[in-house]
Ligand binder design. Sequence first.
Ligand code: ADP
Ligand code: ZN
Length: 815
Amino acid sequence: MPLLADVAVPVPLSQAFTYEVPAALAGEVRPGARVLCEFHRRKLLGVVLAVSERSAAIDPSKIKPLAALVDARPALPAELLAFLQELAAYYFAPIGEVLRLALPALEREQVRALKAQGELDGVLDLGRAKQVGGRKVAYASATDVVEEPGTLRGQAAAVLALLRANGEQPVARIEERFGNARSALKKLAERNLVALDEREPPRDPFFRRAEERDVPPELNAAQAEAAARIDAALAALSAPPGGGEHPAIAQQEPRPAGQEPRPAGQEPRPSAFLLFGVTGSGKTEVYLRAIKSCLDRGRGALVMVPEIALTPQLVARFRARFGDELAVLHSGLSDADRHAMWASLHVGKVRVAIGARSALFAPVPDLGLILVDEEHDGSFKQEEGVRYHARDMALLRAHRAGAVCVLGSATPSIESVALVRRGKLAELRLPDRAHREASLPEVSLVDLRRFRAGPSGDPLISLPLHRALEKTLAAKEQAILFLNRRGFAPSVVCGSCGTLTTCDACSVALTYHRGRRRDARPPSPGGAPAPAAPLDERPEGGRLRCHYCDYAGPLPDRCGACGARNLLLEGLGTERLEATIAGSFPEARVARLDRDVAGKDRSQAILARMREGKIDILVGTQMVTKGHDLPNVTLVGVVNADAALGLPDFRAAERGFQLLVQVAGRAGRRDRPGRVLIQTRNPEHPAIAFAAAHDVPGFLEREIRDREEVGYPPATRLALLRIDAVDESVGRGAAAKLAAHARTCPEGVARRVEVLGPSAAPIARLRGRYRFRVLLRARDRGPLRGTLAALAGLIRDGLDRNARVIIDVDPVAML
Ligand code: ADP
Ligand code: ZN
């Protein structure tokens, strides 16, 4: 019987393809390794999923041999490979695309080797695989040879002196200092005084900025209890397979879930936890202890955080504790650095990885623990390509790997709370702030229907908020103002006919951005600028921007509908808030943090200035709500709490609530008491009322009940079919076909799956494409999967070439 390999290739198909393993490669081709294989007369880079000796299910003469083996050592360890296959099946995503999420870049060495074998002749498609390495750098060092005295002069003498004093140097660095470095080095090398050497530069991307090691604080009782329970779960894991062997090799055999030995009659030990701790309760310290205990047991750990650029402080705390044991994965890494991180995990040199969503696929050796910080955060859901939810998949990966999983939050997601109720997660609580003197801030609601505008004249800066800011400044403390809208004015409206200026490509309002201007002050400080500035008061250089596509254009001088020169800038965005606050508090240092100012390092720089006390009032979007620990912030103002609550999304209340509690949690984290002002026109809205009362369990209780009543997750399971097309009728037609097909398949007929739609999406047009959707809802996952499988078949067989269909399992974004 031939030796056959199932290979996933990077094409949008869900199945794998069968190839024969040539005799020369037998024993070398292993699952998880990349291979070159011919596919429709092109050579593709595929990944071996399985190898077995069996008779082929298809005509043996049609089976081609593998062209070449690329990875001598499988790029994807068995545990990760199995997990990726399961993820692909769960989301109905093409296996090739899922594997790509986890595959490292190709090393140039590997490419060279293939070239030498002649494999890269003719047609070749290395896919979108990136290549790294192979960049040689020249180094110079002084030899032991001693020159005749007085025979060296000028730069040659100086270069030699430098090398003797400082040891080996990259040639490039010598060239920076000496204009004739090249000829000097040549001369020195000819006389054997200097040795030149070419090799790859060393990489140490983890520890560019050494953090001082910290001293772990003594845990309080709640922290100690949480840490002990996680430790017990880690202790219950079986020892790493292979004992003292090299961890990366030992990892090849994952433990199937549920096979840990368990004494008879005993409950299974929980291995997944929800760490529910109020803001500032010291969850991070619990994570650090859990990792320590995991490492002590010879296993690796993975930490996932929502946005790594916004959490430099958190990363610094991990570095301070684990130093070189930590690989930090983030989007700012160069391909080479990312590969270096990947490789050090892959070979087992580094055993802890921290990163955002995509860190889920890190090849952590002998995985024993996955931590998901701020597990409620929406950024864990990937909204492009493979639409996976990193939190849900963290639970799955940990379970399959026989690892412990800890989800942490001050505002747990409804889904996680439901898992606690169903006994799938064990709850750990940290009810108090960790600092002895710190207490939760006092929250007051400002009913915008009753309070007038303060001295700024803007109705969204009420008198109570103005006074609170004055008091904070007088006490030399800091304030954060949170507003959920970027830009200067969220809408531009004609004062004559009322027409809203919208994007040509999207059915959304355009936002006016004034742009980066340092003199961002209103024309008459102290005066009362009208809430909607007339056109001629606008500064130069402003642009209209669409927040959904990349459109940016000038502000027209007249209304597109009626032609009146009467366009008004309406509403308040963070840019305008910053300008208004700066105008009202001329002595205060005001800064803004939102996506418009936060380039790669800018957000870190702004947060650093805030921590150093160089900013008095920080204005910003969600970015200011993320887990920052800023001891001198005593006032948090929520400028418009209603902005997030009205969205047509069943999670709007949950998300609004989380935002409010998180931003309020930035206040009063040390000995000085904090205050939070929430401005709203809906003080009775449950999200606002419960947030004001710090009553997280109360909100969760009520929200779960509401979801049960209206039949939304976690009471039910959802899948959203997203259909879009340039031509409206094509999109509508495809959506109708899908809905009809779903209704007529057995699960639909039996009403085990409810089919809602087709309907136009809330944002009916985006980037020039009309959007429709069909929502599938079911009590149980099984029937939903059955329907999706039938629909996936229909989509694959070509529904309509001009319509694009995306299956979104467990959708998060509903717009
Ligand atoms: P969370 O992540 O729950 O919001 P943090 O981990 O940021 O909270 O902790 C809040 C603050 O309390 C930090 O400054 C941290 O150093 C401090 N802290 C945590 N645990 C302790 C402890 N056991 N004793 C003293 N301070 C602590
Ligand atoms: Zn647009």
